[in-house]
Write a new protein. Structure first.
Length: 397
C-alpha cells in the first residue's frame, strides 16, 4: 500500500542537507554562541551567518531577525510585546476572524488585559475587506495583525494594501507568514510589515525553530527575562544547530520557490479537477485564484471529516481537518465558520497540503481511493440529517 503524505501545512520532513548540517552543529560544532572561547565563537559565527541568510531572502537587515522556538512564539512576542510596549498610545487592536489560534488567542489574552479588540469579518473566500480595515481604525489603534496566507484554506490576504493603510495611520502591522514563506515572494519592507513571523518546520527545517522580523525602529516589550541573547527580546541559550538548519532551509525554499509553485499548482489542479468529476456534492474552500499553490480544502456533504480522515489514514494517506494545533478538538473550523459554511459542512471538510515529495502517482492513488471511501461513508446510517435537506456552500469550480 502506498504511503502518501498530504499534510505539509502541519509540518514538513527535514531536508537531507539540512539534517546533515544540523547533525554537524549538534555533535562537532556544538559550542554555546554566548561563550567567548573558540567553540563559542565558532557557533556564534554560524548563527550570524544563518541570520544573514534569512535576512537576505526577505529583504531585511540581519539585526532585524530574532530567533524563536516556533511561529507561535514569534506571533506571541510580536503581538503581546507590541501591545504592552505601546499601550500608552492606545489600547485598540485589530485582527481578522480567520487567523491562526496563535494570533487569535494572543489577542483574546490582551482583551483580558484591558485592550479593546476588533475582529474583522471575511467574505466567502476568507478574504479581509480593505474598507473594513479602514473603518475599524480608531484614534487609539496601535496594532493590526493579518496573516499572509491562510493555514486552512490557502487564501492570500491583501497584506501589502493593509500595510499601506497601517503606515498611513501610524499603526504597527504584524504579518503571520508561517504558511506563505517559501511559497510566496516576501519582501518585508515592500509589503509594509513591521513584524513578521515564520516557522522553521513548515519549510523543511527542524521543529522547534522560528524567527521574528522586527523592523528597525519598532520597539517590543520582552516577555522573557534572564539573558542577553537576541538583543534581550528573546533571552535564553539559542537552539544553535536548529537555527543553522533553518537558515539553510529558508535559503533553499526561496531558491526553489518558483519551480515548486508551478509543479505543485499542476498537481493540486489535477487533484481538485479529478475529485469534482467523480465525487458528487463537494465544494472547494478558499479563493479560486488568490491562494497558495499547495492547499486544497474540500467540503464533503453528508460526511464527517473525522471519519473520512481515519479512512484515508487506513489507506496510507495523511491529511488533516485544518490546523494541527487544534486538530484534537471535535469542533468545526473557526475559519470555515467565519467564511459562512454551516457547522455540518465545516465538520465535513478536510485539508490536503502538497509538498516536495508528492508527484502524479500520489494524486492518481488518492483519486482511486477517496471516491469509494466517500460513497461508503455516505451510505452509513449516521450520515448527517442535512442529506434530506441539502445545505448550500460556496463552490469555486
Amino acid at each position: 500500500m502506498p504511503s502518501v503524505y498530504l499534510d505539509h501545512g502541519a509540518t514538513t520532513p527535514v531536508r537531507p542537507e539540512v539534517v546533515e548540517i544540523v547533525n554537524e552543529y549538534m555533535t562537532t560544532i556544538f559550542g554555546n554562541p554566548s561563550s567567548t572561547h573558540t567553540f563559542g565563537r565558532t557557533a556564534k559565527k554560524a548563527m550570524d551567518e544563518a541570520r544573514k541568510r534569512i535576512a537576505d531572502v526577505i529583504g531585511a537587515n540581519a539585526e532585524e531577525i530574532f530567533f524563536t522556538s516556533s511561529g507561535t512564539e514569534s506571533d506571541n512576542i510580536a503581538i503581546i510585546g507590541a501591545a504592552y510596549q505601546h499601550k500608552e498610545k492606545g489600547k485598540h487592536i485589530i485582527t481578522s476572524s480567520v487567523e491562526h489560534d496563535a494570533v487569535l488567542d494572543a489577542y483574546k489574552f490582551l482583551e483580558t488585559e484591558g485592550f479593546n479588540l476588533t475582529i474583522l469579518p471575511v467574505d466567502e473566500y476568507g478574504m479581509v475587506s480593505l474598507s473594513d480595515v479602514e473603518e475599524a481604525i480608531k484614534k487609539d489603534t496601535i496594532l493590526i495583525s493579518v496573516m499572509h496566507a491562510n493555514n486552512e484554506v490557502g487564501t492570500i490576504q491583501p497584506v501589502e494594501e493593509i500595510g499601506r493603510i497601517a503606515r498611513k495611520n501610524g499603526i504597527i502591522f504584524h504579518i503571520d507568514a508561517v504558511q506563505s514563506f517559501g511559497k510566496l515572494p516576501i519582501d518585508a519592507k515592500m509589503i509594509g510589515a513591521d513584524l513578521l513571523s515564520v516557522s522553521g518546520h513548515k519549510i523543511y527545517g527542524p521543529k522547534g525553530t522560528g524567527f521574528l522580523y522586527v523592523r528597525n525602529g519598532i520597539e517590543l516589550r520582552p516577555l522573557f527575562f534572564g539573558g542577553e541573547q537576541e538583543q534581550k527580546l528573546r533571552p535564553g541559550t539559542e537552539n544553535m544547530s536548529g537555527i543553522v538548519g533553518m537558515g539553510l532551509a529558508a535559503e533553499l525554499a526561496v531558491m526553489e520557490m518558483d519551480k515548486e509553485k508551478l509543479r505543485l499548482s499542476k498537481l493540486r489542479e489535477k487533484l481538485i479537477t479529478g475529485l469534482l468529476e467523480v465525487v458528487p456534492d463537494i465544494s472547494i474552500n478558499g479563493h479560486p485564484e488568490n491562494r497558495v499553490a499547495v492547499n486544497a480544502n474540500i467540503s464533503f456533504s453528508y460526511v464527517k471529516g473525522k471519519e473520512l480522515l481515519h479512512a484515508l489514514d487506513l489507506q496510507g494517506i495523511a491529511a488533516s481537518s485544518g490546523s494541527a494545533c487544534s486538530a484534537a478538538l471535535d469542533t468545526p473550523s473557526h475559519v470555515l465558520i467565519a467564511m459562512g459554511l454551516s457547522k455540518e459542512l465545516a465538520q465535513g471538510s478536510i485539508r490536503m497540503t502538497l509538498g516536495r515529495e508528492n508527484d502524479e502517482e500520489d494524486i492518481d492513488y488518492i483519486l482511486s481511493v477517496l471516491p469509494p471511501i466517500v460513497e461508503n461513508l455516505r451510505s452509513k446510517p449516521q450520515s448527517y440529517e442535512q442529506k434530506e435537506e441539502k445545505e448550500e456552500c460556496p463552490c469555486l469550480h
